[in-house]
Design a protein around this ligand. Structure first.
Ligand code: PEP
Ligand code: MG
Length: 324
């Protein structure tokens, strides 16, 4: 499939109306890194650090993690890698941690909630990331932030880790960017201070969608019931993107939907300029983006909504069919 898109691999994802969309890839293992070259991704928009914890049978040591993160940064050759701090709990269970029996793990003690209440692992991970950077730029984000105070507390952990490293005489990154994943609808309505404090927002569409529609992403019976192109969800995204624009907060999208060409085109038409997806999706998404006019796509979205469509998929598919 990659070969089919080889001719556009080194071309920008520039739409027919002239807008350039940054396409990034999702990764989590060292083995994913060669895809940076083969897919034509501009960087790693989501590096899921929990995969390294999930493939082991004991807690990794800080030095091991630091060496691994350094290798990831080396392999990216200066392209940006967004490290997402540990997102365990929910569907990601570590064999060497005491299982936490919960009725609803996806809405339970997971991700940053664990990181802030039992900060040992988060602190080790932040230290490993700072050491791995060894003075190079560092970008990281915290998963499952649901309110401003969680972002502030997580960022305070990062600041403390930086101060500790400085005290120890280790080089620390001068250039660092600390984001929040928006995976719960609540965060879209956080005070303006959240949009000011955060260096960037990355929309985790997989979780966001399951909480928006109250439809378990693991439950086959309900997970496909609600279309991502449902007008309610798109209106929500539009409001969120409007706030980001007003507050000058960089925003990207890194859920699986970013890798689906029709969804990607709709997201771009709503104003998203950075999409992160599995490497194999970059070719097909770029191919379609290069053929569309986003103003026309936006007009089709608005017309479908005005007409009372539940989802804009039908209208957008018809528009794309008529492109040539
Ligand atoms: C998401 O929720 O959209 C996301 C990117 O994170 P994960 O799929 O790892 O939960
Ligand atoms: Mg998630």
């Amino acid at each position: 499939a990659q070969a089919r898109y080889a001719d556009i691999r080194n071309q920008p994802a520039q739409t027919a109306c002239g807008k350039v969309i940054s396409l990034q890839m999702n990764a989590g293992l060292m083995a994913d890194l060669p895809s940076l070259e083969s897919s034509g991704a501009e960087g790693v928009g989501l590096f899921r650090t929990e995969l390294q914890f999930l493939i082991r049978n004991q807690m990794p040591k800080r030095a091991e993690l630091s060496a691994l993160y350094a290798r990831v940064m080396d392999a990216a050759h200066g392209r940006r890698v967004v490290f997402r701090t540990l997102d365990i709990g929910s569907d990601k269970v570590l064999s060497y941690m005491k299982p936490n029996e919960e009725p609803n793990p996806a809405m339970g003690w997971r991700a940053i909630r664990v990181g802030l209440e039992k900060p040992g692992v988060l602190r080790m991970q932040l230290q490993a990331l700072i050491r791995a950077a060894n003075g190079r730029p560092l970008t990281l984000m915290f998963p499952f932030i649901a309110q401003l105070e969680e972002y502030r507390a997580a960022r305070a952990e990062f600041d403390k880790a930086m101060a500790r490293e400085r005290r120890l005489g280790h080089p620390v990154p001068e250039d660092f960017t600390i984001g929040a994943m928006l995976e719960t609808p609540s965060l879209a309505y956080a005070p303006d201070a959240f949009f000011e404090d955060v260096d960037f927002i990355s929309i985790g569409g997989n979780d966001l969608k399951q909480f928006f529609f109250a439809a378990d992403r693991e439950n086959e019976r309900v997970r496909r019931r609600y279309d991502t192109l449902n007008v309610s969800f798109l209106t929500f995204l539009e409001q969120l993107l409007g706030r980001c624009r007003a507050m000058n907060t960089p925003v990207s999208f890194c859920g699986e939907d970013a890798g689906r060409p029709i969804e990607a085109v709709v997201f771009a038409a709503l104003g998203l300029e950075t999409l992160s997806m599995r490497p194999a999706s970059i070719g097909p998404v770029k191919h379609l983006l290069r053929r569309v006019n986003l103003d026309e796509v936006k007009t089709v979205i608005d017309a479908a909504r005005a007409q009372g469509d539940q989802s804009v998929r039908g209208a957008i598919s018809a528009y794309l069919r008529d492109l040539d």
